[in-house]
Design a protein around this ligand. Structure first.
Ligand SMILES: [Zn+2]
Length: 393
């Protein structure tokens, strides 16, 4: 193509520097990646969305966690509380959040106490899920014990069951040692069935971002995140592949059609919405939340928008919010986090941060809003979760 002189000039900034400048520049040591904080020079609209357009239910939060864990396995029912009800309610009222679902409510006394402190003290604002008691896993009667524990948790007020990625990646035959237990291990069948019989949805986290299963090297798109948290890498050792984990999960979904599964983090394959969409088509008992994955959804806004259009009845609003979780800005429970989610869902703003952090914590990219229409927003913010939780209004 022929270009005029003026066009050549306009491109001069891309030309290699002159000899003298080059030697001067190359004597400077390179800026370490961890110190690089580029400011976008784009002039594009910035919409501030202080409140969700419709009341929301955050289906995925962690207000309490196990007091004792070992090698990724929670070992006691007792809870450590990360935020008081009052602290949570202040943010919820400002951000138009009707209810928070605390997924990690534990079991036995820990669960009963969490339900009393949050759900019963503030009706309609908090819902608590129970968790398996893996500390009893080695007992020969475990399948029966666990199914009965679900019924007891239901009586104690649990609204669903949460499965952490513990299952598939941490739980071992001797609980914290031995060979890994598979997600579709038949010893859990009575537990899945009990959830179906009691109308308790199963919020299940399986696998992790696909980059966590590849080497932490210069080709890894989450290099900095994995470098900061080496224990998040599931590359090598005796870990199954992401594909094996998802296949085992799918066998559970197929085997328990009467149990509802909320497959967290966009089915834990937000990098491949085609795969998630295919599984949603295959399994009528599957729905997904978007927690901690707007970084993925927002970097493929057109594909994401089509995904929301197609599966609008089975996508739930969730954030993975953790009070005082400052170490993980993509899930820290604060006003800014919710404002980013609302901006992503409600606007067509371009190229903005997916987490309240100086450096994008899950990978060096920015996101685009998907501008959902109101009927879909109502479903995603509230109606789809209300159906799963069996709320009347
Ligand atoms: Zn979570």
């Amino acid at each position: 193509m022929l270009v005029g002189a003026s066009q050549l000039d306009a491109g001069a900034q891309n030309d290699p520097p002159a000899q003298s400048g080059e030697s001067k520049n190359s004597s400077k040591p390179a800026l370490p990646l961890s110190e690089y904080e580029p400011k976008s020079m784009l002039h594009v609209r910035e919409t501030h969305v202080p409140r969700s357009r419709f009341p929301s239910i955050d289906i995925h939060t962690h207000i309490s966690v196990s007091k004792k864990s070992e090698n990724g396995v929670a070992l006691v029912p007792e809870r450590q509380y990360l935020g008081t009800p009052q602290e949570c309610l202040a943010v919820m009222d400002r951000k138009n959040i009707r209810a928070m679902v605390n997924l990690t409510g534990g079991y036995d006394q820990g669960l009963a106490e969490a339900v009393a402190t949050y759900d019963k003290a503030h009706p309609g604002r908090f819902y608590t899920f129970t968790e398996p008691s893996y500390s009893k896993f080695k007992q020969s009667e475990y399948p029966k014990i666990q199914a009965e524990a679900i019924a007891e948790a239901h009586r104690d007020g649990a609204r669903g069951l949460k499965i952490l990625k513990t299952l598939g990646l941490y739980l071992r035959e001797n609980t914290t040692s031995g060979t890994l237990v598979k997600i579709d291990d038949p010893r859990f069948d009575p537990m899945w069935d009990a959830c179906g019989q009691l109308n308790m949805p199963v919020a299940i986290h399986v696998s992790d971002p696909i980059a966590f299963f590849t080497p932490t090297d210069r080709f890894n798109e989450r290099y900095e995140e994995l470098n900061n948290h080496p224990d998040w890498s599931f590359y090598g050792h005796d870990f199954p592949s992401n594909a094996e984990l998802l296949a085992a999960r799918n066998r559970v979904l197929a085997r328990h059609p009467k149990t509802q599964f909320i497959v967290l983090h966009v089915g834990n394959f937000a990098e491949d919405l085609g795969n998630v969409s295919e599984n949603l088509d295959r399994f009528p008992n599957m729905s997904v939340d978007i927690a901690a994955r707007i970084g993925e959804l927002g970097r493929q806004p057109r594909t994401a928008r089509r995904f929301f259009d197609k599966h609008q009845d089975r996508i739930l609003f969730g954030t993975d919010a953790t009070p005082h979780g400052d170490e993980f800005p993509q899930q820290v429970f604060n006003d800014q986090l919710y404002e980013i989610y609302y901006r992503f869902l409600e606007t067509d703003d371009e190229y903005f941060d997916y987490a309240p952090a100086k450096i994008p914590p899950q990978g060096r990219w920015r996101i685009y809003g998907i501008d959902l229409p109101e009927p879909i927003l109502r479903k995603v913010y509230f109606e789809n979760a209300a159906r799963q939780l069996h709320l009347s209004a």
